[in-house]
Design a binder for this molecule. Sequence first.
Ligand code: SF4
Length: 342
Amino acid sequence: MSEKKPENGTAAGDRLEAVRGALISWFVEHGRDLPWRYTRDPYHVLVSEVMLQQIQVTRAVPFYLAFLERFPTVEALAGAPIAEAIRVWGDLGRYRRVVNLHRTARLVVEEHGGEIPPDPEVLATFPGIGPYTAGAVACFAFERDVPFVDTNMRRVLHRLFFGPEVPDARAKDREILSVAAELVPRGRGWEWNQALMELGALRCTARRPLCDECPVADGCRARGDILEALSASPRAAKKPVYRYKGSNRYYRGRALAKLREAPEEGVTLRDLGAALRDGFTEADLPWVEGVARSLEKDGLAVLDGAKPAPGTPDIVAEERPAYGAEASTGAGETAAVRVRLP
Ligand code: SF4
C-alpha cells in the first residue's frame, strides 16, 4: 500500500462542498425508509438512538415501534414501573440501556418539565447518554448543525480525508471530529449526518467497502489502497464467529425472558436455574446466583431473601464453575431466594 500523509486542513476544505453535495444527493435517492427519519419528536429520536447502538437497523425497527406504541411519550415511560419497561423492551438485549432510558425519562419529567433539552452538553448528563447520542438527538430531533461521530462515521471520515484506517489509524479522534465539525453544512446538519451514517452502513462498510458504487469516491484518500487490497484478496477473511450460545449475554437474556413472563413476585433461584440449564442441580446454584446478581447489579433484577454476597463474582461464569466454591448462603436458602424484575 502506498504511504499517504494526512491531508492538511486547507486541502480538505477545498473538497468539502463537492463531498457534501454528492453525499446528500445520494442519500436523498438511496437512503432507507426508516420510521425514526419521519419524526422530530425528541423522545422518539432518543429511543431510536438508544436502541440502534450496535444493533442492526432492520432488527431494531419492530422493537422501536412496539416500545413507542406502549410508551408514546416521555411521561408514559417515566410513569411506568421499570419492570414494565424491561418487559416491553422485549428481546432486543443490552438491557442496561432500557434501565438508563427509564431513568432519563424520569429525570426529564422531574427536572426538565417533560421537555428533552436540545443542548448536547445537557443531554450528555443523562444516564447512558454519551457524546454521540447527545449529538445525534440534538441534530436529528432539534435539527441543530452539530458534529458527532459513531464508529461508522469515524471510519468513513478517516477513509475520505486521511486514508485507510487499518492497519494503523492515521488520524486521532479529535482530528476526525474537527473534520466532522467543518463538514456539517449550515441548515442541513440533519441530512448531512444521516447521509454520512447511511454511507457507512450501505457503501463504506468496515470489511468490504463498495468503492465502485460510492458517491464520494472521487478524491477519497483510501479508495486506491482499498481497491488494491480487495483485488489482492477478493474474499474478505471470515469474521471470527462469536459464540453467543453459552455466553454471559445468552444466559442474562434468557434469565430476563423468564423474569418477564414470571408473576410479580418472581421465581426462585432454583426455578430460574432449571429454566436456564438442562440438568440443573443444586451444585449449579452458585452459577445461577451469579447470573441473577449480574442482572441485579445493572438494575434489571431484585433478589428477595438473599444475603449480601460480597464474594459473588459479578462476571458470570460461561462454563460450569469449580463447584468447591461456597455459595453466599447455604444451598437450601439460596435455592429459595426469589428473583424478580425491579
Ligand atoms: S471510495 Fe470507498 S473507502 Fe472511500 S468513502 Fe467511498 S466506499 Fe469508503
